[in-house]
Design a protein around this ligand. Structure first.
Ligand SMILES: NC(=O)c1ccc[n+]([C@@H]2O[C@H](COP(=O)([O-])OP(=O)(O)OC[C@H]3O[C@@H](n4cnc5c(N)ncnc54)[C@H](OP(=O)(O)O)[C@@H]3O)[C@@H](O)[C@H]2O)c1
Length: 242
């Protein structure tokens, strides 16, 4: 897909991978609607990325608010080409120490949040599929899972459950939406150098990948020719055990 003048929604755009990706999409000529809960953080991103970055305060755990936010972007621009489901968090602890609300917030954000965004975005992409040429991509959904969606780890039970679940969700909708000209890709990064690990209660990995390298992989996936669907990508640090 040629990203010039496309409209992309990136969830979790205020920090980490989502911020790096928003910057690279803007540099590639896309208009980015960046979703996050903190309006102050998004405003700071908008100051550095300029007019092609549109801050949208949206908590993806809220289905109604998410639909309203996605509808707003698609209707303001008259198109919606890319949805990157990136917002996510981890709460790592022994299974018998994990609080119910820590389980719930991971399921609600990492799994239900992806569903809320996707169900709101897909109708616009299907409608584009009706209008666009058969060799033109109608829409693109990219899901940022984790290597924790492929292998289990002690203390990551809830997080592993969300990311394994996201793999199943992605594989299902990839097959369901391909006939509509809509591509679905799922990424499985290992450790990335963002604030995520500290928030999750994890010690820093000195070999972690940069958020820019994950963003570059997503750009590569998006820019592949229409006839080629890169449906899954695993990204690992060069030094590591997994
Ligand atoms: N860092 C890693 O090692 C790593 C490895 C593999 C996969 N991942 C995955 O990559 C994705 C991004 O991680 P990251 O490392 O960039 O994390 P991060 O730096 O902590 O950023 C998380 C982003 O998600 C947003 N967010 C959190 N909850 C949200 C909600 N309910 N609604 C909307 N936005 C929300 C945050 O903004 P607000 O707090 O303002 O909402 C922030 O912009 C996550 O899905 C994570 O699971 C990370």
């Amino acid at each position: 897909m040629d990203l010039t003048n496309t409209v992309a929604i990136v969830t979790g755009a205020s920090r980490g991978i989502g911020l790096a990706l928003s910057r690279q999409l803007v540099d590639a000529g896309a208009h980015v609607a960046g979703f996050a809960r903190s309006g102050d953080d998004l405003a700071r991103v908008a100051e550095t990325l300029g007019d092609r970055f549109e801050p949208v305060v949206c908590d993806v755990t809220d289905a109604a608010a998410t639909k309203e936010a996605v509808d707003g972007v698609a209707e303001r621009h008259g198109r919606l080409d890319v949805l990157v489901n990136n917002a996510g968090l981890g709460r790592f602890d022994d299974v018998d120490a994990l609080e119910v609300d820590e389980w719930d917030v991971q399921i609600d954000t990492n799994l239900s949040g992806v569903f809320h965004c996707t169900r709101a975005a897909v109708p616009y992409m299907k409608a584009q599929g009706e209008r666009r040429a058969k060799d033109e991509t109608a829409g693109f959904v990219v899901n940022v899972a984790s290597i924790a969606g492929l292998v289990g780890n002690p203390k990551l039970s809830a997080y592993n459950a969300t990311k394994f679940g996201l793999r199943g969700f992605s594989d299902s909708i990839m097959k369901e939406l391909r006939p509509h000209g809509i591509k679905v890709s799922c990424l499985y990064p290992g450790s990335v150098d963002t604030g995520f690990g500290a928030d999750a209660g994890h010690s820093a990995n000195p070999n972690a990948m940069s958020p820019e390298s994950i963003a570059a992989a997503i750009l590569h996936v998006l820019e592949a020719p229409h006839g080629t669907l890169i449906s899954e990508v695993v990204l690992r640090p060069m030094v590591g055990r997994k």
